[in-house]
Structure formats: structure tokens, C-alpha cells
Design a protein around this ligand. Structure first.
Ligand SMILES: [Zn+2]
Length: 877
């Protein structure tokens, strides 16, 4: 990537001649790009940014450009390492010192103090994860340039002796390029600076900031590898943007509530660094800086928040946005009162007026430089803090802290449990496996069970991920409406993934072995050539194998009852595959990939079963960048589900056909698809292509160019109805259930529609469902299943009044004990209401999945509601 050796040799040979050249040779971003960073209506695209950093890499020994991963759409994810020249030759040694400081078990205090003295502070700055929050990507070039040329308000050369800056110009390169291309396309039109009609991350869009414990996305993995496997930075700043008319900038301290597992020293350090930023900004006359509002210390699975749980000082900056790169003005009267008046957390309001990209860049340069300077000022202290907090994690037992979590060897879906262990290990968690049976808290666990001891350096992370959350009941005023959390209230990983995981209170003895790779069982196809093979419906991986075999034209059935054979008991709905030469050929690789056994069965004649066919699946995608659709696509791609994306136009006849005749022209969707899926989305956006003007978000939504206007409209809905009437399966998920209720008049209503938050309130949380696993949509699920509730309906069904309809409640909320993790007010309103309903409408079906069954590709425990709808047994339709 570079010719450091050659350059060093040249520098050595001709130091006297070349040195002055090196000092003056760095190209400024302005001369490289041909415009000043942050100039109105000017954006550097990802290729230009990368090329600029490559140029700096060649021009200065203080910067080295690394590639830390490859994005979803195969762009290199770059990171610049910036430090004093003498440090650059010893980066590996400094990384090793930082790593050592995170594990007190092998580091005496005396040695830790020496490491803190000799080591360098490693500071990570990540930019523009949310690609439309674009200023920081642009700013990163100028920040790097000014650091290497010492054009800073402090002695940069001195500071860089103590600090190694890791600068990621874009944590989402694909999104950055999409935004720049979109912006340039509509520059000078009335759509200039408007939002794109698709997600700015191929799968996740804005939700790429919720992936930092599940690590679904390669971008998340790249940055997390830097954080917890490679560089072990002590401080991490993630730079974002927010709405336009309140504060100019949010920086920490964060507001209430804190996630309880984070060490208090993290908050103190974060507050110190945030206050220093505010101080430096104020010195330089920057107005409108706020702390302690909007952004909470509750964990949302985001980038900087996950750092807190790893004892890293994680900071967030949120700048007021412009229209991508186009300036805006804010009328003074449009600034909400809390941002127009002086407050202790907001002492210098911004008066309103013009606001441009360069303003954002200037604030961000100042706050970034402030942090770099603080990092140097407190270098030794912060390195030692890294050690102090790890020591605390390992040695201190806190109130309510369990001794361990045990993941029993017997699991409903074992491959998914292994996946969970993989994810935990990637997050830096230490895992043990029991070599012999043991008892803990009065329960016996077999050999092979997994044990996660809390006494480990990343204890806060382990604890927060595995325990059940109890979000504090915070009200606007006593007896008033609840104050919603910033995002989710509960996330408990084992509940989301459907993995059994027991907290163990009391210490216990067991023969444990630390595992550094997840022990995946070697699975081979059964010996001989049994007539049939059985894949247990309890395992998500069985569905992936079934999809692959169906694609391969294998004969696959679903059993209507439990299937037993030699050495196995499989659930109702299990896949019975007729053995054949092509199945035998495909099977070894499939079983190895999915770690799922195929059980032998000699005779299937007596088993009630229905044939399956490879479903032709259509997935609806609106022009409103729906994240739930993106995650559904992710799950489909991950499990090998075949599908095509459908847009509004696919539900309607082409205009040229309509021009030929006055009669209505129908589109025969049934001729092309067996199942059409609507991910969770606002009904008005789907049906009408616009949001109800009374919706709280209505003011934030910019109009789309004409080619993206409209929704399904009446014509699309009529064709969708005809699709179901002819035998198609319509799947509506979460808030899309309203489409089935309102347009199809399915025999169900949402009891939560228009309910007051004082009566019922449940921000994203995990609730308990009772499932009927003997019915096709419930196949393979446990009778008690945790499910993600978020903007979700609760359904009241009734006996249909016409022969057109029939309904079966697949899952419902229990009488009591509904909340498993998070926050729920008004349990009695949803108790005994339906969550998932399978209805028959004429020759087809409308499936209402009234939970977030594939939430952010995290809720593996409820994927089966959706997968079952795709593999609905033929004869039962
Ligand atoms: Zn953001």
C-alpha cells in the first residue's frame, strides 16, 4: 500500500536535502479537491476521500492508511493512523501495551503504572456511520491535514508524541457514495438535499447504529475489530448529526437514565472529556452547544455506547444538520423554547439564521481537536483508568451481579445457541465449557454446557447483554405520560435469539475449559442410504437447508405431527426430505455449513405430511427507505431464501397497457408469486405513498422526485386482493398488519390503535408469547416464546361472519407476566390478545405477524413465524 521502507531509506540517505520537502510537501484537501472542505453544495465522494488519505500517507511519515475491512457492497473501509513519526515505527508495541492494560489478571499494578507512563493513548474517531450525516467524512480530511502540518491551536507535534489517533473517515462507505451520487443527481433541482428513496446502508440504513452487539454487518465488524481485538483504544468518539432547529451541537454528558452495568468511572471520564470540548468550543465563540439532553446513557446497541460496556470512554457528537451540503436558514421563532433560553446545560443559545456545511465542519474540527488535546493532557491517567476499570470488572462484585451465566448444552435450537456464542466472543467475551456435569444454584447441568463467568475484563458487556433489562419508569411529571427512551428499553440477547441462558447467583465448582473457538459439532449425513431424511423444525438452520434443497428440486414435505426415529424426536412441522442422488450430493456441504443434523427415516408412509414447493417470494419495498424491509432482506440473504423485490409499480398495470383500453387492466400477481411479504411499515406510506400530515414525523419528510411518488394505491391493493383470492399468501408484519385489517377487512382489530400513552406504553421491549406449535405458522417454536414488541399491534380476533374468512390464533400474550425485558405499562390491555394470526381468505391466506419477528436480524428466536409463512404446506392451503 505504501513504500515506507523506500521512503525511510531515502530519508536516511538524503535527510538534509529531503527534510524541508517533507515538511512542506503535504497537499491540502482544498488543493487536492479543488474546493474548500465544507463549501456550499460541494461534497467529496468516497473515492476522492480515500485518494486524499492515500496521498497524505505518501507525503508524511506521521500518517499511515490502513484498510480495516470491506463494506457490504465491497468497498475498502479505511482508517488513518496518525501519530508522531517516532511512534509510527512502534505501533505494534503500543497496541500490545494497550491490550495488556485491559487484563489485570496478568498485570501487576506496578507494571500497569509503568505501561501507563510508557504507553501512548489510543484515540479512535469514527465518522458519519449515518451516511446522510455527511459533514464528518468531509471534515476528516482537514483534521488529518491540520494535525500532520501542525496547523492546530495547540502544539500538535507535542500532542502526537502522546497520542495515536485512529481516524475512520467513514464507517459506512457504501452509504457515503450513495448519498453523494444522489445529491449530485438532484443538485439545482427542487429535490436538492432531499432524502434518498432507499436505505443508506444496503441492509440496515439508520439501524446500522443498532448492530454493535449482533455484528451482522461487515462495517460493524471492521470497527469492532479495531476496538476489541486489535488496537484497544481507551477513548472513542463517534461523530453524527441531528435535526436542524434545536441545539447546534450535542456532546456529553449524556442524560438519564444510565444503563446500570456501565462503570461509573466511564461516565466521569466521558463527562470530563465532553466538558473540555464544550470549554474549547466556547473559548472559540461556538454557540448553541448543549449537554444532558436528548441522548441518554441507556444502551441502544450503538457504536459509542458499546464502547462504554467495554470500559472505553465512548463519546457521541451530534451536530445540527443542513440539507446534506446545501445551506439552510432557521428563523429565530422556529427554535423551540428550551433551545432559545439560557440554561445551565445550554448557556449560550444560537440565535438562528444561516447554517451551512462549513459551520458543521468548523464545530467538528474544534471538538475533535479538543478531544485529541485532552487525550494528550490526561494520557497517563486514562491509560491507567483502562487498567483500573478492568481490575474493577474482574475483582469487584456489584449489587445484583450474578456469579455466572450458564448456557445449558440442551437447547431448543442448538446451532442458534452456537451462533450466540460466536457473537459474544466477537464482542470480546470469555467463554468456558464444562468438561463434566455440575450443579449450580441447585440445578444440574450436563457436560458440554457453556459457562460465562462475570469476573472478566468486559464484565459490563456480558452482564448487560445477558441479563433482563428493567427500564426505569420515568414520567414527564408525577402521574403524567412516560418519557420514552431514545430507542429500545430491552434487548436481552438470549431472549431475542431463543437461547436458554440461566443467571447463576452463587459461586459453584465445575471443571471448566476456556474455549477460543466455538465448538461446532462435525455433522455428516447419516450412514447408508435411508429413504428419507428429517430436519428438525425447531432449528432455524433446518429452514436454510430446506430452502437449499427445494431450490435443488428435492422432494420436501412438512410433517403435521412430531416425528420420532432412532435417536431423534423432531417437532411438528419438521422437514421430511426424500432421499435421492442429488440430495446425497448436496447434503454434506449443507450440513457442514449450517451445523444441523439430518436424521435417517426409513418409512414416512404413516406420517401425516404435506408437500412443499420452492416458494416464489416477493418482498415489498416502498420508496421510503424502510429499515424493517432491509433487515428482512438481510435475513432472507443470510438463510438463502429466494425472493424478488417488489415496488409499487409491480402491483399495477403499466401505463401503456392502460392507454390501450378503457377497461381496468389487472396484474396477475399469482402467476408470478406464491407469497408476498410486507415488512413492518406505516400504513399510509404503503397505501398512499405519503404520511398522514398529523404524524409526528410528517414535517421531517422531504418530497421525493416524481418517479418515486405514490404508494400501492387502490389499484395495487385490488391486485393484491386478487392474488390472495386466487390462493396467494400475503404476509403482513408488525405495523403492516394494518394493511390486512384496513384493506382486507381481516377478522381482527388492533386494540392499541390510538391508545393514550398513560394507559399503555411499551417502547421496544421483549414480551412473552404463548404459541401453538402444532399449527403451520407456529411449527418449530417453543410453547413459550420471547418476542420483540416495537410499535406493534395487539390483535383482537372474532368468529368471521362470512365463509370467505377463517382464522387461527397462532400466538397470544399470556394472562400475566407479559414483560420479559424492557418496559411495559398497561399489561392488562394486551393480556390474552393475539400477536400472530393465520387467516384463510377465500383460496389464499393472510398471515398477520404482529411482532417484530426478524427485528434488526437479532431476534432469531422468532424468525420461524416468518419462515413458516414462506414454507406453508401445500395441501393445507
Ligand atoms: Zn446519526
Amino acid at each position: 500500500m505504501k513504500h515506507r521502507a523506500v521512503r525511510n531509506a531515502l530519508a536516511g540517505l538524503c535527510a538534509l536535502v529531503l527534510l524541508p520537502l517533507f515538511l512542506t510537501a503535504q497537499t491540502s484537501p482544498e488543493s487536492f479537491l479543488g474546493f474548500k472542505v465544507g463549501a456550499d453544495r460541494k461534497l467529496a465522494d468516497y473515492g476522492q476521500i480515500r485518494a486524499y488519505f492515500q496521498k497524505l500517507d505518501q507525503e508524511t511519515p506521521k500518517l499511515e492508511l490502513l484498510t480495516i475491512g470491506t463494506s457490504t457492497l465491497k468497498r475498502p473501509i479505511i482508517m488513518a493512523v496518525i501519530s508522531a513519526e517516532e511512534n509510527m515505527a512502534k505501533l505494534e508495541a503500543y497496541k500490545a501495551m494497550a491490550k495488556k492494560l485491559t487484563d489485570p489478571r496478568s498485570l501487576p499494578a506496578e507494571e500497569a503504572r509503568k505501561l501507563a507512563k510508557d504507553g501512548k493513548l489510543i484515540l479512535l474517531i469514527t465518522c458519519s456511520l449515518h451516511a446522510e450525516e455527511i459533514a464528518a467524512t468531509q471534515m476528516s480530511m482537514e483534521l488529518a491535514y491540520r494535525l500532520v502540518t501542525s496547523d492546530t491551536p495547540f502544539d500538535a507535534a507535542g500532542v502526537l508524541k502522546d497520542v495515536i489517533l485512529l481516524l475512520v473517515p467513514s464507517s459506512n462507505p457504501d452509504g457515503h457514495q450513495m448519498e453523494v451520487d444522489w445529491y449530485k443527481k438532484y443538485l439545482g433541482t427542487k429535490f436538492e438535499g432531499g432524502s434518498m428513496p432507499w436505505l443508506y446502508h444496503h441492509y440496515a440504513g439508520h439501524d446500522n447504529h443498532r448492530d454493535w452487539f449482533m455484528f451482522n454487518l461487515p462495517e460493524t465488524r471492521a470497527v469492532s475489530r479495531v476496538l476489541y481485538h486489535d488496537w484497544f483504544p481507551q477513548i472513542h468518539l463517534d461523530e453524527h448529526q441531528m435535526g436542524s432547529d434545536e441545539a447546534r451541537l450535542f456532546i456529553p454528558p449524556f442524560m438519564d437514565p444510565p444503563v446500570p452495568n456501565v462503570q461509573p468511572l466511564v461516565w466521569r471520564g466521558v463527562n470530563l472529556l465532553g466538558s473540555n470540548m464544550a470549554f474549547d468550543l466556547q473559548k472559540n465563540g461556538f454557540k448553541g452547544v448543549v449537554h444532558g439532553r436528548s441522548f441518554t446513557g441507556w444502551w441502544i446497541g450503538a457504536c459509542d455506547d458499546t464502547s462504554w460496556l467495554h470500559n472505553v470512554f465512548g463519546l457521541l457528537s451530534e451536530m445540527a444538520s443542513v440539507k446534506l451540503a446545501s445551506p439552510i436558514t432557521v428563523e429565530p421563532t422556529e427554535i423551540p423554547k428550551p433551545y432559545a433560553q439560557k440554561r445551565m446545560e445550554f448557556p449560550d443559545p444560537w440565535p438562528g439564521g444561516a447554517w451551512r456545511l462549513r459551520d458543521i465542519v468548523d464545530y467538528e474540527l474544534t471538538l475533535s481537536m479538543s478531544l485529541i488535546r485532552s487525550a494528550a493532557l490526561f494520557k497517563e491517567e486514562f491509560l491507567l483508568n483502562s487498567y483500573r476499570m478492568s481490575k474493577n470488572s474482574v475483582e469487584t462484585v456489584e449489587k445484583g451481579q450474578p456469579y455466572a451465566f450458564v448456557i445449558p448444552a440442551a437447547q431448543h435450537d442448538y446451532p442458534t445457541a452456537l451462533k450466540m456464542l460466536d457473537i459474544l466472543r466477537f464482542g470480546g467475551v470469555e467463554i468456558h465449557q464444562a468438561l463434566e456435569a455440575f450443579s449450580a444454584d441447585g440445578k444440574t447441568y450436563p457436560a458440554g454446557s457453556f459457562v460465562i463467568l462475570l469476573a472478566q475484563p468486559y464484565k459490563p458487556y456480558v452482564w448487560a447483554l445477558l441479563e433482563k433489562q428493567k427500564y426505569p419508569d420515568i414520567r414527564t411529571y408525577p402521574g403524567g405520560p412516560p418519557v420514552p427512551p431514545y430507542d429500545n428499553a430491552g434487548w436481552t440477547l438470549p431472549l431475542q435469539m431463543g437461547v436458554a441462558c440461566d443467571p447463576i447467583e452463587r459461586p459453584f465448582g465445575a471443571k471448566l475449559e476456556r474455549i477460543d473457538v466455538t465448538p461446532v459439532p462435525a455433522i455428516a449425513p447419516p450412514a447408508g442410504a435411508p429413504a428419507y431424511l428429517v430436519l428438525d423444525a425447531r432449528t432455524n438452520a433446518s429452514f436454510a437447508v430446506a430452502f437449499a434443497l427445494l431450490k435443488d428440486k428435492a422432494e420436501v414435505f412438512r410433517s403435521k405431527e412430531k416425528v420420532s426415529g432412532e435417536g431423534f424426536d423432531a417437532a411438528a412441522g419438521s422437514f421430511i426430505v426424500k432421499n435421492s442422488p442429488s440430495v446425497q450430493k448436496a447434503l454434506p456441504a449443507l450440513l457442514e455449513k449450517w451445523h444441523v443434523p439430518a436424521h435417517p427415516l426409513d418409512d414416512a408412509a404413516a406420517i401425516p405430511k404435506s408437500a412443499l414447493k420452492n416458494p416464489r417470494v416477493g418482498l415489498y419495498q416502498s420508496w421510503w427507505a424502510n429499515m424493517d424491509e432491509g433487515w428482512t432482506r438481510y435475513v432472507f440473504d443470510d438463510l438463502g431464501v429466494p425472493y424478488v423485490t417488489l415496488h409499487n409499480a409491480d402491483f399495477k398495470a403499466p401505463k401503456k397497457d392502460k392507454d390501450k383500453t378503457k377497461d381496468p387492466v389487472k396484474v396477475d400477481l399469482k402467476a408470478k408469486y406464491d407469497v408476498i411479504v410486507f415488512a413492518g411499515e406505516d400504513y399510509d406510506l404503503v397505501k398512499n405513498g405519503k404520511i398522514d400530515p398529523s404524524h409526528p414525523w410528517a414535517r421531517w419528510i422531504s418530497p421525493l422526485p416524481p418517479e418515486y411518488e405514490g404508494g400501492l394505491d387502490k389499484e395495487g391493493v385490488d391486485n393484491l386482493k386478487a392474488f390472495v383470492e386466487k390462493g396467494g399468501i400475503l404476509v403482513t408484519m408488525n405495523d403492516s398488519c394494518k394493511l390486512a385489517i384496513k384493506e382486507f377487512e381481516a377478522p381482527a382489530r388492533n386494540v392499541l390503535e390510538k391508545i393514550e400513552p398513560t394507559k399503555f406504553f411499551c417502547p421496544m421491549s421483549i414480551l412473552k408469547l404463548q404459541v401453538d406449535p402444532l399449527t403451520p405458522i407456529g411449527y418449530g417454536l417453543p410453547e413459550t416464546t420471547p418476542a420483540v414488541f416495537s410499535g406493534t399491534p395487539a390483535l383482537e380476533t372474532w368468529m368471521p361472519t362470512t365463509a370467505d374468512w377463517e382464522r387461527k390464533v397462532v400466538a397470544s400474550y399470556p394472562e400475566e407476566g407479559v414483560l420479559l425485558s424492557g418496559w411495559l405499562l398497561g399489561e392488562e390491555i394486551i393480556a390474552r390478545k393475539a400477536a400472530v394470526v393465520d387467516t384463510q381468505y377465500k383460496a389464499g391466506r393472510v398471515i398477520l405477524i404482529g411482532v417484530v419477528s426478524q427485528s434488526r436480524a437479532q431476534s432469531h428466536g422468532t424468525y420461524k413465524f416468518l419462515l413458516n409463512a414462506l414454507l406453508y404446506p401445500e395441501k393445507d392451503r
